[in-house]
Design a protein around this ligand. Sequence first.
Ligand code: PEP
Length: 260
Amino acid sequence: MNPEARKPFIAGNWKMNKTVAEARKLALEIKNGTLNESDDVEILICPPFGSLYPVSEVLKGSAVKLGAQNCYWEKNGAFTGEMSPPMIRELGCDYTIVGHSERRSYFRETDEWVSKKARALLDVGVSPIVCVGEVLQDREGGRTNDVVRGQVLGSLDGLTSEDMLRVVLAYEPVWAIGTGKTASPEQAQEVHAFMRNILIDLYGLDVALRVRIQYGGSVKPENVTALMGQPDIDGALVGGASLEAASFLKLVSFKTGGID
Ligand code: PEP
């Protein structure tokens, strides 16, 4: 592996949290707290839709990037309540999370939908962060690899090698999301290596070694350094610990131990 080619990538998924005023305040704290951060870590925050524009204003002049949490795949039309990739691009987003387990379970999103969203985002220059991960019954039943393989193949369906260089994958075991139960660094590494092998089969070694795979699931300042120390873990997709500037900033500085 050649980890140098993969810039560490720490992303905060704020989910349905923060008013506009709170979002602006948190974004400002993150902006100010990362001014001296070296550029060898990529930092992303994903506020709710209503705060994207206000937060984009706050982030001006900062290296912190902006992302959305979801999209629809059509450009426009009668799709009440949805946001299209061009609209997301116009708001200043470089990334959009697709296929998060909460969208898959509460909103019945399928791999086919995820692949359509990824395609539509790439077409307007937004990078998708494609989430996959098994539920507890699958892990306990020894089906983790089958489930993850199915989601990776289905969610990336139709994407070319060139596309893949702009895609980020996130392995998020559902049993570890918001539960406080983190996959151990070894458990996570095993699945990340498995995913990279799928990428090798699909796109060849050169591309596979350049795709970043984030880990998500109760990442905290206390465990980030060990997780990031694994050879195939290239970043973190963080829910709970991204909602306070202090903890998110510690995650961003994982290289110096993550925790003060
Ligand atoms: C997530 O929702 O992507 C996530 C990983 O949440 P948490 O960090 O709270 O487990």
